[in-house]
Design a protein around this ligand. Structure first.
Ligand SMILES: [Cu+2]
Length: 164
């Protein structure tokens, strides 16, 4: 009798383990399916602060996605002294030259109208406690620069926007 009970117990354990392994395999398959499926819209939140910094220096999206990007100024300083924007530049743009030209164009959100054709998309300039959201179609696959064009900020506030 004792042996039979042990056998039953072992069988039960084996069945339980077998079921578990199948479950794991199914979960792995589901995960793979999720990875291959590209969501139509990707939401990105990037923060900027009173220390003249973004919290991201790289943003990854997939080609063909619609990007919903929110810039959040988590500081307290006003737009006049610590304004931030998020400007995505076309490939081949001389970032230093673009940012330097922007300094003289406060009334145009610190974008030189003569260089506006180098901008893929941009947010408005915001101050502490504010946020702004833009939506745009991801450009073609490649690596793009993003910067804040408030005078003196771009050397600290820049990053790569990667479309895969
Ligand atoms: Cu800034």
């Amino acid at each position: 009798m004792k042996t039979n009970r042990l056998a039953i117990l072992l069988l039960a354990l084996a069945a339980a383990c077998g079921g578990g392994a199948e479950k794991e395999a199914a979960t792995a398959q589901e995960e793979q399916a999720v990875q291959e499926e590209v969501p139509a819209v990707v939401e990105v939140v990037i923060e900027a602060n009173d220390q003249m910094k973004y919290n991201l220096d790289r943003i990854d999206v997939k080609a063909g996605q619609k990007v919903k990007l929110t810039l959040k100024h988590v500081g307290q300083l006003p737009v006049e002294s610590m304004g931030h924007n998020w400007v995505l530049l076309k490939q081949g743009t001389d970032v230093a030259e673009f940012a330097t030209a922007a300094i003289n164009h406060k009334d145009n959100g610190y974008i030189d109208p003569a260089k506006a054709d180098q901008v893929i998309v941009k947010t408005e300039m915001i101050g502490g406690g504010q946020e702004t959201t833009i939506e745009f179609d991801a450009p073609e696959k490649g690596i793009y620069d993003f910067i804040c064009t408030f005078p003196g900020h771009y050397s600290m506030m820049k990053g790569k926007f990667v479309v895969m």
